[in-house]
Design a protein around this ligand. Structure first.
Ligand SMILES: [Zn+2]
Length: 430
């Protein structure tokens, strides 16, 4: 039997065994893994670990946080030295469900109706995970040997900016692969992404004044040099707006509406009590940047501009604001980073994936940018050429009655299955 003939046969099984695929999605949805509150992925991750073990994978499993382990499965290729390796990455956590959401049924009791699977995580991204797992299962059951190494990273914490993928990329001397696919929601587009970094800007006075001192601080003859940190933060905010406007005018990236690179003053905290002049004020900002920029670079630009603004202020020049950037969890330390990801459309892996997509779906592949952020940036940061490619659309991600189309999921699974096989059979350049 020729390789092509065999692949046709395996692909046909995705159609024939569709019910198993649907059941796998439902099984994953039934594990209640919303983040926040998080710390609830033990059982789901144990399921993935067992699943991969059954397919011959070796398993690395560790707690990123107690109750939230990462699972990384590794399948040694039959000729790793000569053939291309692949990482498939997906997150097991799903968006939170708030009390007032009006689901027609419990979000963790999936229903199948009108050609769709409905449940929290169907689109983001238990559908994509199920597609990847089922593709692997079919390849193994049909005895398709993979010459290149295959890694599946099932991570936690993506919805709350936690370092699941970052840890998976750093562990054991660092992840390496010739290509990576993040199977997150992309409506079957092949995507890169802009990035996000959060930061805290703090204004702090080294003196604390009683409220009664305000007259002496702000009026003629008062002779007290001091300031309200809250009032001084207004200058910082004006500076941020100015920079945001400047970025919108001067920067752009294909696929994004101008001005996507926003600086959002998201949270402000300051003052201690109505009887005091505010001696501290903290502003939490969210900065969006383009795929061809880094979080380090934009953080530097924000700092430089705000410190210039401070230099022009009579009090801030001696009490300049300080900056704390990023973080590894929105829950634990109120900070996150999603590095940007640039996709080179001419990369061998991108070309192959686009080609397989076209063969399977009969539609031209779309290579563009995601309007949101995924863990893809961490893989790109690790030096691995990476794309986002998954079923489901963003209108559904995080939405009430979240769903994924079964037809799309089947196309997806077939594409991924064939891509895994063909990429794995691509020789490394010597
Ligand atoms: Zn996602």
């Amino acid at each position: 039997m020729t390789v092509t003939k065999k692949m046709e046969d395996v692909l046909r099984q995705v159609d024939e065994r569709q019910d198993e695929l649907i059941e796998l999605v439902q099984t994953l949805i039934k594990f209640e893994t919303p983040a926040p509150p998080a710390r609830n992925t033990n059982e789901a991750q144990a399921f993935v670990a067992d699943f991969l073990k059954d397919q011959g994978f070796s398993i690395d499993r560790w707690d990123v946080y107690p109750g939230d382990p990462n699972v990384v499965g590794f399948l040694n290729g039959t000729d790793s030295k000569n053939y291309k390796s692949l990482i498939i990455n997906g997150h097991m956590d799903v968006a939170e469900v708030s009390e007032d959401e009006n689901w027609e049924k419990d979000p963790f009791t999936p229903i199948v109706r009108d050609g769709a699977i409905i449940g929290r995580g169907a689109a983001d991204m238990k559908g994509g995970m199920a597609g990847a797992l089922f593709a692997i299962q079919l390849l193994r059951e049909n005895g398709v040997e993979l010459p290149g190494d295959l890694t599946l990273q099932s991570v936690i914490g993506e919805e709350v900016g936690e370092a699941g993928t970052l840890q998976a990329c750093k562990r054991n001397g660092g992840a390496e692969a010739d290509f990576a696919v993040v199977v997150d929601t992309s409506d079957l587009h092949i995507q890169g992404q802009g990035g996000v970094i959060t930061g805290w800007i703090t204004i702090k006075s080294d003196k604390t004044f009683h409220d009664a001192m305000r007259r002496k601080m702000i009026h003629a003859g008062g002779k007290v040099v001091g300031a309200s940190a809250i009032e001084k933060m207004m200058k910082v905010m004006e500076g941020l707006q100015e920079l945001e406007r400047h970025w919108a005018v001067t920067k752009s990236y294909p696929g994004y509406p101008a001005g996507t690179n926003t600086i959002n003053p998201a949270v402000i905290e300051g003052g201690r009590h109505a009887a005091f002049i505010a001696d501290e004020c903290r502003l939490w900002i969210t900065v969006h940047f383009y795929p061809n920029e880094t979080h380090e670079q934009v953080a530097k630009e924000v700092e430089a501009h705000i410190l210039n603004v401070a230099k022009g202020d009579i009090w801030l020049k001696d009490n300049p604001p300080t900056f704390t950037w990023g973080g590894t969890s929105m829950i634990e330390e109120r900070g996150e980073i999603f590095p940007s990801l640039e996709v080179d459309p001419d990369h061998e892996g991108v070309q192959l994936l686009a080609g397989v997509h076209e063969r399977v779906s009969g539609e031209r592949a779309t290579i563009d940018v995601s309007p949101t952020v995924t863990d893809g940036g961490w893989l790109g940061d690790a030096g691995i050429p990476t794309v986002i490619y998954g079923p489901g659309d963003l209108n559904n991600a995080h939405a009430v009655n979240e769903q994924v189309s079964i037809e799309q999921l089947v196309y997806y699974t077939k594409t991924l299955l064939q891509f895994i096989c063909e990429w794995s059979n691509t020789r490394k350049k010597t």
